[in-house]
Design a protein around this ligand. Structure first.
Ligand SMILES: Nc1ncnc2c1ncn2[C@@H]1O[C@H](COP(=O)(O)OP(=O)(O)OP(=O)(O)O)[C@@H](O)[C@H]1O
Length: 539
């Protein structure tokens, strides 16, 4: 267990499986392409890892469960399990080798064509129908658990993997809702609140996965708590320009109430109808679920999906939602547990190591699109965190560099303040020298001096709303401005300038100028650790 993953290449496991290349790394296992020297075929060997943050016993249990379930379901859309060594020094699982990429890797290159997504979705729904039929709920449907094999005509064959947190159903529902398992971004609302979880949790997750494949954007971005709480408060936003078929299918699949979602077979039929331009509403009706109203459905948003989706506001909104949820007792312990799970995520679910052909593909596969947008600060930044960017900081830096600096933003107001000061000085001079009949006509010198002394008062007023560091700039400027302005301007400026400028301008700019400082620190303050997306299992 102590060897590095790559050091194991060449090893013979179980006296039978020659490890040829490391092709992927999950949260608890390394996956190798290997040669079964007895049967002479290529297989995938998943070797369990004992590392920080992973309870090895728990990992072993999951491993065994995965083997049992994988072996018990025979479907072309489900990765076949051949063999398992669930205990001992080197627990491992031997399965069908899939010569492809994960969907998360594919999405790094951008969203997919709607027709391709509909086809993928239908295949995945078929696979879900098979496992549900076998009495199993996957519970961790996400892009990195769907492996895609290119067919050469632009389409893919899909294989569902990773049954590590799957559970057998008891009757029609899974009981023991005591664990938060699965990947936060794709969890159903009932999983998020640790309610009973049944097969339709997988349908909800599939809906989010397909939406992400279409838009290139996560449906519920943000930190773990934000993403979990958002789905409790609103449906995912389905861009209107995807068309009515998608709005109907995804709207139904991602309903808050599990019973209102289609079952896997119904979802598959609806997705095929989307793909083929068929009657999606009829497919949903046949599946026994109400057809959403795409016109009046609040989940359908107009315009261009990516730009129009208020990703920028979502972290703030979600933070509010968390607060609201907590206040209403909606989240309670769930939020705390989710937060805890988030803290345990440092063992990334997904780093991949390069190795031979497939390895080159899986390197990025383990940096899925969903994870690249994970940083809350990025999510809060317009245009940042573009899916597919390996390094989340890139998006942040790019976004930051395109922002005007705080000084640049304040500059117009400083100029306005200075001009206003000059006007005030001029007005003061005129009022003092012209309107005040008691003033001696021949007292120009005090008139010039006094306003100069009084200027800082105006500047100070301005500065009370400006950041402290701006105070010095205005205080130096006025000392020169008034000495020239009043002496030249008094006869013309005073009659118009005084009545408006001093009363409105000086107060307005500072108010606006203070806005950036109050929001920017909030963004920083909201910044949470970049979440990764390993499968989580709460206590
Ligand atoms: N049968 C397979 N054939 C080829 N590559 C595979 C196969 N199974 C898994 N992989 C690769 O290995 C990676 C890790 O596998 P997997 O997701 O099953 O690990 P895990 O530790 O269970 O992950 P998780 O963090 O989701 O629990 C996958 O993302 C994929 O790239």
């Amino acid at each position: 267990m102590s060897e590095s993953a790559n050091d194991r290449v060449g090893e013979l496991v179980d006296g039978r499986y020659r490890l040829l290349a490391l092709v992927g790394r999950g949260g608890m296992a390394d996956v190798y392409r290997a040669r079964d020297e007895v049967l002479g075929r290529t297989v995938a060997v998943k070797m369990m890892r004992a590392e920080a943050g992973v309870e090895f016993d728990d990992a072993l249990r999951r491993h065994e469960m995965e083997a049992k379930i994988g072996a018990g379901v025979s479907h072309p859309g489900v990765v076949m399990v051949f063999d398992v060594q669930p205990s001992g020094d080197d627990p491992h699982l031997v399965m069908e080798f899939v010569p492809g990429k994960t969907l998360s890797r594919v999405l790094v290159d951008g969203p997919l064509e709607p027709r391709v997504v509909a086809d993928l979705g239908a295949q995945l729904a078929d696979a879900l129908a098979a496992i549900h039929e076998a009495g199993v709920v996957h519970r961790d449907i996400k892009p990195s658990n769907a492996m895609l094999v290119e067919q050469g005509d632009g389409s893919y064959q899909v294989k569902l993997t990773d049954f590590g947190v799957s559970r057998y159903l008891e009757g029609t529902r899974l009981t023991s809702p005591d664990l938060l398992v699965g990947t936060a971004r794709y969890l159903s609302p009932e999983q998020a609140v640790l309610d009973e979880v049944g097969p339709r949790a997988d349908i909800y997750a599939l809906g989010l996965v397909l939406l992400e494949a279409l838009t290139g954007e996560e449906a519920f971005p943000g930190s773990r708590v934000e993403t979990l709480s958002a789905r409790l408060h609103r449906p995912p936003r389905i861009p209107a320009d995807l068309g009515t078929g998608w709005a109907l299918a995804l709207g139904a699949m991602t309903r808050r109430e599990p019973d209102e979602r289609p079952d896997a077979a119904g979802a598959a039929a609806a997705l095929r109808a989307v793909r083929d331009g068929g009657d999606v509403a009829a497919a949903l009706t046949a599946a026994g679920v109400a057809v959403p109203d795409p016109e009046g459905d609040a989940t359908v948003v107009g315009g261009t999906p990516v730009e129009d989706d208020p990703t920028v506001a979502s972290p703030v909104a979600a933070a509010g939602a968390v607060a609201a949820g907590a206040a209403a007792g909606v989240l309670g312990a769930d939020a705390a547990q989710a937060a805890q799970a988030g803290g345990e995520d440092t063992a990334s679910a997904a780093e991949t190591v390069a190795a031979e052909t497939v390895a080159a593909e899986t390197v990025a596969a383990e940096t899925p699109a969903s994870e690249t947008v994970a940083d809350d600060a990025l999510a809060a930044t317009p245009g940042a965190g573009t899916p597919g960017t390996d390094d989340p900081t890139e998006g942040g830096v790019a976004a930051a560099s395109s922002e005007p600096s705080p000084w640049a933003r304040r500059a117009p107001w400083i100029v306005v303040a200075l001009v206003t000061l000059a006007a005030v000085a001029a007005v003061w001079l005129v009022l003092a020298s012209v309107e005040d009949p008691t003033d001696p006509v021949d007292t120009p010198t005090p008139t010039v001096t006094t306003p100069t002394e009084s200027e800082p008062t105006t500047v100070t007023t301005t500065d009370t709303t400006e950041p402290t560091d701006t105070a010095t700039t205005p205080t130096t400027e006025p000392t020169t401005e008034p000495t020239t302005e009043p002496t030249t301007e008094p006869t013309t400026e005073p009659t118009t300038e005084p009545t408006t400028e001093p009363t409105t301008e000086p107060t307005t700019p500072p108010t606006t100028a203070t806005t950036p400082p109050t929001t920017e620190p909030t963004d920083d303050g909201n910044a949470l650790p970049p979440p990764t997306e390993p499968t989580v299992a709460g206590p």
